[in-house]
Ligand binder design. Structure first.
Ligand code: SF4
Length: 347
């Protein structure tokens, strides 16, 4: 398998290796550090990566990346960090993987560490911006400012490593205006990829205490879906790939309240189709026949088919339709709508 050439169009294999919160000296208001599993020790990385790749389909033809997740990778103590980098570089040299990525805090990025990561084979670094509003960052006890995120982003871009940005809609002190400003500011950072994690209240956190005292009200699911959809469309339009929306399901998550849903990303995309169909109905009447790409059908129909059951349209699919478009069957260009056309109707 080793050394295969990645073929364009095939999805990459991302091998997650959890380093837990060993690099994090902090305690953000919303963070439940108990949700972290034990960190994978450096000596176990190789076996985990090889086993994971062996279980994937056609691994020879796909790009294979090792991803250190779960903590602030660049904050790991130097000796331990070097052990992780050493194990990773052996995998790179053997051709088992093509590159490495990780996530970290914006205040733990420096030219020196980026140069070391680049040398070790890093191709991507995600930073947890969470918000681009200092009021919100302070209220969330993040311990860093917008300036840290802006500086770290510039350094990462200049290093040639791809930039990923994570944001958390619904943090304490955020309203729609603050959120939209965050999205604007993130777009200006020109990230290559992003993750959108709406804030949920985890038991045992400072946010849980604040919530119990009545000092914090989480977003309801619909508002979280709307804010995420707004960001999803803006980021996508700016050429930034949205890798994930909503926390991945885990038995370790102790969610007390907030907009957690195991199909959150699907809800966001289904809402986009719901808005697009409603817009077409406003111009063409409620008795319409919709045409979409075959891969967009499930999102058109909605979560548990609620779009089609509530809006009552008929539909068919056509593989020649572009992804993300909804067209009235038999209509000209004016009977067609796409994601970017609905941005002003979301928030
Ligand atoms: S920086 Fe990340 S790991 Fe550290 S406390 Fe905050 S959310 Fe948790």
């Amino acid at each position: 398998m080793q050394g295969g050439i990645a073929i364009a169009g095939l999805s990459p294999i991302i091998v997650p290796v959890f380093v837990s919160n060993i690099g994090c000296p902090h305690r953000c208001l919303f963070c439940d550090q108990r949700q972290f599993s034990d960190p994978v020790p450096p000596e176990d990385v190789s076996g985990i990566v090889r086993n994971f790749i062996a279980s994937c389909s056609i691994p020879d033809k796909r790009r294979r990346l090792l991803a250190f997740y779960g903590g602030s990778f660049t904050g790991i103590a130097q000796d331990l960090l070097e052990e992780y980098l050493y194990e990773s570089s052996l995998l790179l040299q053997e051709g088992v993987i093509h590159g490495i990525k990780a996530s970290t805090r914006p205040d733990m990025v420096s030219p020196e560490i980026l140069s070391r990561l680049k040398e070790a084979g890093f191709v991507e670094l995600e930073i947890g911006a969470q918000s681009m509003d200092d009021r919100v960052l302070n209220a969330s006890e993040r311990g860093h400012s917008v300036e840290h995120t802006t500086r770290a982003s510039g350094l990462i871009k200049a290093s040639g490593i791809k930039l990923g940005i994570q944001i958390m809609p619904g943090l304490p002190g955020e309203d729609r205006e603050s959120f939209k400003n965050t999205v604007d500011a993130v777009v200006r950072l020109d990230p290559d990829c992003a993750r959108i994690y709406p804030t949920v209240v985890m038991q045992g956190t400072g946010l849980f205490k604040l919530y119990k005292e009545g000092g914090y009200v989480p977003l309801d699911l619909d508002e979280a879906v709307s804010r995420s959809l707004y960001a999803y469309i803006r980021f996508t339009q700016a050429g930034c790939k949205v890798l994930r929306m909503g926390l991945p399901p885990s038995h370790r998550l102790k969610v007390a309240n907030g907009p957690y849903h195991e199909s959150f990303g699907f809800l966001v995309k289904a809402k986009a189709y719901r808005i697009m169909v409603k817009k077409l109905m406003q111009s063409a009447g409620s008795d319409i026949h919709i045409l979409v790409h075959p891969k967009d059908v499930s999102e058109l129909l909605g979560y548990r088919r609620n779009n089609i059951e509530e809006l009552c349209f008929s539909y068919s699919f056509d593989k020649d339709m572009p992804r993300g478009y909804v067209q009235l069957k038999g209509a000209t260009e004016r009977g067609c709508i796409q994601l970017k056309d609905i941005i002003e109707y979301i928030l």
